[in-house]
Design a binder for this molecule. Structure first.
Ligand code: NAD
Length: 341
């Protein structure tokens, strides 16, 4: 009886288990909430240790998409799908075609996109069977928009926490110089910030040193840097009791998903005087871009929409202070006020 009792089941509208013999597809499609529009969220392919683990993951991720899409002011709901399998060895075009057929049967209640373990090429195979797929990559990578959202989010954070408008003289400890992290670093550097960076990719580190004058530290040392802002742009769950006891920064503003190792870390940040920009608010630039593309919304308003992430965060920070609540809880409430009724 674990499905309905799962903490993340949380009133999911519909969860579909889809399989197909010839391709070997085993997928779970979770539609959490479609109050604001069709559920949108990526398709993850992962070698889950058990089916229960796959169910838990898809439920958690789809619920998260409802909150992210709602707080971003998008006319879409939240959903997610997972394919059980090894993305390195088990991929075939037929697998993704079979997923496309499953989406077609859902009639547009869920729209997929690429995610961990899936690529634009996989999504093209999905698209051969259904139009309910977004972000095919033909109009560009959403990461620069995620980076822009992080940058305006960091601006809102320094205004609130440090009562200043400029990054001049501020130090940012940035973890992960990937698609989002490097572009975010570039913007911070252009705005006058000093960068201290960590990555496992030596080429990315070298480029940040050469182009952005960044100082490089080891992947564990990033938590001890004397910085004003900690910007997690690599892994999830980097905010935990150990790292909180080490961070010198009074602001956390980065792109990574699921930054809080456990929900109570939001309150721990508040008590330590660390202003945490909730991950699903600050990293919504990419989904805003993908959603505009999918819905054929004229793109002239898109950048302004991404920039409103800064205004939303300013509201989150002000309300959190006024109500004595963690920013993570306030952000959840703002989302819930939009999608629940
Ligand atoms: P990416 O894979 O391009 O970049 C991740 C970077 O982190 C890589 O350079 C990698 O070498 C580095 N890295 C890996 N392990 C590390 C470690 N232990 N310490 C330091 N660096 C390490 O991914 P991305 O698209 O830039 O996304 C970064 C994060 O932001 C992810 O958590 C992702 O889920 C999240 N996110 C991305 C988008 C987007 O638009 N791409 C949108 C929302 C959220």
């Amino acid at each position: 009886a674990f499905v309905f009792n799962e903490i993340n089941f949380d009133n999911h509208e519909q969860v579909v288990f889809a399989s197909e013999e010839k391709s070997g597809l085993k997928a779970i499609i979770a539609v959490h909430n479609t109050h604001l529009g069709p559920a949108m969220g990526g398709c993850r392919m992962w070698n889950y240790a058990s089916e229960a683990e796959a169910v838990r993951d898809v439920l958690r991720l789809s619920r998260g998409m409802t909150y992210k899409n709602a707080v971003a002011g998008l006319p879409i709901g939240g959903g997610k799908s997972v394919i059980i399998g090894n993305p390195k060895t088990d991929k075939t075009p037929a697998l993704f075609e079979a997923l496309g057929e499953a989406l077609e049967r859902l009639g547009g209640r869920y729209v997929t996109a690429e995610d961990v373990g899936t690529s634009p090429a996989d999504m093209a195979n999905v698209a051969s069977k259904t139009k309910y797929v977004a972000g095919l990559g033909d109009r560009g990578d959403p990461s620069p928009f995620t980076a822009l959202g992080c940058f305006v989010g960091a601006q809102a954070a320094i205004r609130h926490q440090l009562k200043r408008d400029s990054f001049d003289g501020l130090t940012v400890a940035l973890q992960g110089l990937g698609h989002v992290g490097y572009d975010y670093a570039r913007r911070l550097h252009a705005a006058g910030a000093k960068l201290v960076v960590a990555d496992i990719d030596q080429a990315a580190l070298q480029r940040a040193q050469d182009e952005l004058g960044a100082e490089v530290v080891g992947i564990d040392a990033i938590y001890d840097v004397q910085a004003d802002i900690y910007a997690p742009c690599a892994l999830g769950a980097t905010l935990n009791p150990d790292t909180l006891s080490r961070l010198k920064a009074k602001i956390v503003a980065g792109a990574a998903n699921n930054q809080l190792a456990t929900a109570d870390i939001g309150e721990a940040c508040r008590q330590k005087g660390i202003l945490y920009a909730p991950d699903f608010v600050i990293n919504a630039g990419g989904i805003i871009k993908v959603c505009y593309e999918y819905l054929n919304t004229p793109e002239d308003g898109m950048e302004a929409h991404v920039r409103r992430i800064g205004d939303t965060l300013a509201e989150v920070f002000t309300r959190a202070d006024a109500e004595g609540l963690p920013t993570s809880v306030v952000a959840d409430r703002i989302a819930e006020a939009k999608f629940k009724n």
